[in-house]
Design a protein around this ligand. Structure first.
Ligand code: FUB
Length: 326
């Protein structure tokens, strides 16, 4: 248990945490983060420094209460198909049960997405024996729409291998598009009613500028890199994501959960550490951004801490840019 629930401070300090996916379940805020190991590793573009093995679940009764660590809820030794690197997860509630989605490298070192279930939001979670058929890459985020349809968004470049799936099959030599061609988009698929499989082949999301032109691969301030999140506000779907190499959290909006999404602006300026990863949550009529940085470890890329801060909309539906250190 930690007393730190103030904005822009680590939610917990006794373990390193990252990639917070926050949801309101049963009237409380549940946070599903990655669990960074307390180890020193050199950083590289393949993400070998993110060597995580298990997951914890955190919760807050509200923002005046201490953050509770519910302990280990899933370990890779209990997932038959996983070899290593349990990266950014998410969770969803449907069919009277909780679903926990997580990416990891399979025995061939290819990132896949698995799912585990629990009757409670705080686990422990029981994994399916194999990964979701047809799944690939990283950073699953599940959004359940007002009509009860569930969608999974996923994908991340470089260590997350998204560029190796251009043809729909894994190509170990696959690379990013030339700088003057459209950037790769995240993928989306509707989930089956049982939430355990894709109902359809994942499709690539198109992100365009205000004139309808695709955001280009060389436009690193705006192009998709990893960490998708989907929320709905005033009838619009907001797709937010990390730009990776330029370290912004940005967003684009659409009238459809599958896009195309029109780029709108920045949500979060760069944080301490290479990665930036977030989720957006409404709790008691206010909106919040959950994010991470590497401040708790003094800047180590692979030892991060999750935080939150309030997120504010302008009257026209645009989001005010947050500077995490002002
Ligand atoms: O935590 C490992 C990876 O770093 C995540 O999957 C990415 O989104 C980045 O935060």
């Amino acid at each position: 248990m930690s007393k730190a629930t103030k904005p822009n401070e680590p939610l917990v300090k006794h373990i390193y945490t990252a990639d917070p996916s926050a949801h309101v379940f049963e009237g409380k805020i549940y946070i599903y983060p990655s669990h960074d190991l307390d180890e020193v590793r050199d950083s590289n573009d393949n993400g070998d420094q993110y060597n995580m093995e298990d997951y914890h679940v955190l919760s807050l009764d509200d923002f005046e209460s201490p953050c509770v660590d519910h302990g280990q809820v899933l370990h890779m030794k209990d997932v038959p198909w996983v070899k290593q690197q349990m990266w950014a997860p998410d969770a969803a509630f449907k069919n009277n049960q909780y679903y926990f989605y997580f990416p990891a490298r399979d025995k061939d070192d290819i990132f896949r997405i698995g799912v585990a279930t629990s009757p409670t939001p705080y686990g422990p979670f029981t994994p399916q024996k194999d990964y979701i058929p047809g799944s690939f890459s990283i950073d699953p985020a599940v959004f359940i729409d007002d009509d009860n349809k569930a969608y999974i968004y996923f994908g991340g470049l470089w260590g997350g291998q998204l560029e190796k799936w251009k043809t729909g099959k894994f190509d170990p030599d696959g690379g990013e598009p030339p700088k003057n061609e459209p950037a790769f988009g995240p993928r989306v698929a509707e989930l089956s009613d049982d939430m355990l499989t894709f109902k359809e082949t994942p499709q690539e999301i198109s992100i365009v500028d205000e004139e309808g032109n695709p955001i280009l691969a060389g436009d690193e301030d705006r192009r998709y890199f990893e960490g998708p999140w989907l929320h709905k506000h005033n009838g619009y779907y907001y797709l937010s994501y990390s730009t990776g190499s330029t370290h912004y959290i940005v967003y684009a909006i659409s009238k459809s959960p599958k896009g195309p999404f029109v780029y709108k602006g920045r949500i979060l300026n760069p944080v301490i550490g290479w990665t930036t990863h977030h989720s957006i949550l409404k709790f008691k009529d206010k909106w919040y951004l959950f994010y991470h940085d590497s401040s708790l470890s003094g800047g180590a890329d692979n030892r991060r801490c999750v935080k939150y801060t309030e997120l504010k909309y302008n009257d026209d539906g645009t989001i005010q840019t947050i500077d995490p250190y002002k």
